[in-house]
Each structure stands twice: as structure tokens, then as C-alpha cells.
Design a binder for this molecule. Structure first.
Ligand code: NDP
Length: 253
């Protein structure tokens, strides 16, 4: 995507990123802060979140707060508690990037282990839903909220061996569409990003023999992440966007 955001694109915007401790989420949090957002980090690993917060502050970003929540084990009550803690420090959320995700096993359906299937559904769908429900009141305090889910090419077209992950990403697309329609007249837009093959730990575990240097980095795909959080995408809702348009999905590079 060719997009040249203004340096202050996200000034006065408060943006929460899940899975902010690593990979694409870490990069998105750092990038949003670089474009003047006040960033809230969510993840399950305190030490990694602290390091990301420190990096943002070292780069001159606004002070960062981080909150821990394990999407694998979280209950609706825990999600409400996190939302409550956030509301003690922030009057609203202008953006939420649901980025945390679990790959599970890349094996045929007949071999998918039911417990791992459930873990993938729990993190990618159920936990994400519960957290969304808890954060909606804060998002609705914004004049122009942006709720962004993270999908995948296998969330639009099923592909052999992608089992629970693929099914969970179809569910993610569905969750986005339902919410987009429910909030279309309420200053809240809801969309999905498909990052496309990106150089992260998750990609390396899905394609262990691939040369990671042939992949785009998280930094390369940030233009779309910025666009969806800033005013330039204000009229878009209920849509799914490719961060790497034209890239053929599902192919090891
Ligand atoms: P990574 O594995 O690098 O990062 C995943 C992030 O999610 C980490 O911050 C991780 O935390 C967090 N996370 C995982 N499980 C939990 C949990 N139980 N509770 C809270 N946080 C959790 O993945 P990517 O950066 O590659 O992926 C980011 C998103 O992009 C995912 O939704 C993925 O499905 C999607 N995607 C990625 C593609 C790619 O090629 N990389 C392609 C298409 C989609 P921790 O640091 O503690 O492990």
C-alpha cells in the first residue's frame, strides 16, 4: 500500500494493541507511538511488554501503559477488570487492534488435536470476543473509533492443513462483519487486516524451511495499519484489507 501518513496522524488518539509483545503487534504499537498516538499494550508476558513500553519511550513516544491478559485462560470477568483498569487511566479508546493470535497445528483435519483446536478457538475467537465486549464502552466514547481484527488469507478461502487456524480466521471475519453492521451509525468502524506472509515467529513455525529474508517485515506492512487507525479511513467499515495486495497466499517464499 502506498500511503504517506502525516507525522501527527494519530495525535490525540489512544490506541490499544493486543499481542503487543512480539511480531506484528509489537511493530504496530511502536509505529502508532511514532505517529503520535498514546499507546496501550496488552499481552500475556509482562517482561516483553515492559521492554516494548521502554522502547517506545526511548524513541520519544508518549508514556505507555501495559496490561497483562492471557487470552487462552481469560474469563469475561477478567476482561471486564482489564477494561475497568484501562478506564481508570484513559477516558476512551480511539482504536483497538486485535492482533494476538495462535497458529496451532498445520496438519490435516483428521489429525488436528481437539485440545489444540480449542486453544486456537479460545485465543483467536472466544477471548477476542470477550475482550471486545469489555472494551466497546471505551471505544464508543471516541468520536471516531476504529476496531481492527486480524484475519488471514485462510480466513477467506479454506486451505488443506490449516484446520483450526483457518476456521478461527473465518470466525474473525464474521465477528468483524456483525459488529460493523451493529455499529454503522455509531461512530465506530470495524474492519479486518490480512497481513499476508510476514517475517515473524508465527510465520517461521508455519513454514520452517522458508528463507525469512524473502518475506516482508512487520515494518513493511505498517502503512495499512496506520491508515486504518487514522482519519483517512473514517468512512470504511465492514471491510477486509490486504496489507500486501497482490501477494499470492499460502506459498512459502
Ligand atoms: P507472533 O507469534 O509473532 O506474535 C503473536 C502475538 O500474540 C505475541 O505478542 C503473543 O504473545 C500474542 N499471544 C499469543 N497467544 C496469546 C495469548 N494466549 N494471550 C495473549 N497474547 C497472546 O505472530 P504474528 O506477529 O505473526 O501474528 C500477528 C497476527 O497476524 C496474528 O493474529 C496472526 O494470526 C496474523 N497473521 C500473521 C501472518 C504472518 O505471516 N506473520 C499472516 C497472516 C495473519 P507472546 O509474545 O507472549 O508470545
Amino acid at each position: 500500500m502506498h500511503y504517506q501518513p502525516k507525522p501527527d496522524l494519530l495525535q490525540n488518539r489512544i490506541i490499544l494493541v493486543t499481542g503487543a509483545s512480539d511480531g506484528i503487534g509489537r511493530e504496530a504499537a511502536i509505529t502508532y507511538a511514532r505517529y503520535s498516538a498514546s499507546v496501550v499494550l496488552l499481552g500475556r508476558n509482562e517482561e516483553k511488554l515492559r521492554a516494548v513500553a521502554q522502547e517506545i519511550e526511548n524513541q520519544g513516544g508518549l508514556p505507555v501503559r501495559w496490561f497483562t491478559l492471557d487470552l487462552l485462560t481469560c474469563t469475561p470477568e477478567e476482561c471486564q477488570q482489564v477494561a475497568q483498569q484501562i478506564s481508570m487511566h484513559y477516558p476512551r479508546l480511539d482504536g483497538v487492534l486485535h492482533n494476538a493470535g495462535l497458529l496451532g497445528e498445520v496438519v490435516p483435519m483428521s489429525e488436528q488435536k481437539p485440545d489444540i483446536w480449542q486453544q486456537v478457538m479460545q485465543v483467536n475467537v472466544n477471548g477476542t470476543f470477550m475482550l471486545t465486549q469489555a472494551l466497546l464502552p471505551l471505544l464508543l466514547q471516541s468520536e471516531a473509533g476504529s476496531l481492527v481484527f486480524t484475519s488471514s488469507s485462510v480466513g477467506r478461502q479454506g486451505r488443506a492443513n490449516w484446520g483450526a487456524y483457518s476456521v478461527s480466521k473465518f470466525a474473525t471475519e464474521g465477528m468483524m462483519q456483525v459488529l460493523a453492521e451493529e455499529y454503522q451509525s455509531r461512530h465506530l468502524r470495524v474492519n479486518c487486516i490480512n497481513p499476508g506472509g510476514t517475517r515473524t515467529g508465527m510465520r517461521a513455525s508455519a513454514f520452517p524451511t522458508e528463507d525469512p529474508l524473502k518475506l516482508k517485515t512487520p515494518a513493511d506492512i505498517m502503512p495499512l495499519y496506520l491508515w486504518l487507525m487514522g482519519d483517512d479511513s473514517r468512512r470504511k467499515t465492514g471491510m477486509t484489507f490486504d496489507a500486501q495486495p497482490g501477494r499470492k497466499p499460502g506459498i512459502a517464499q
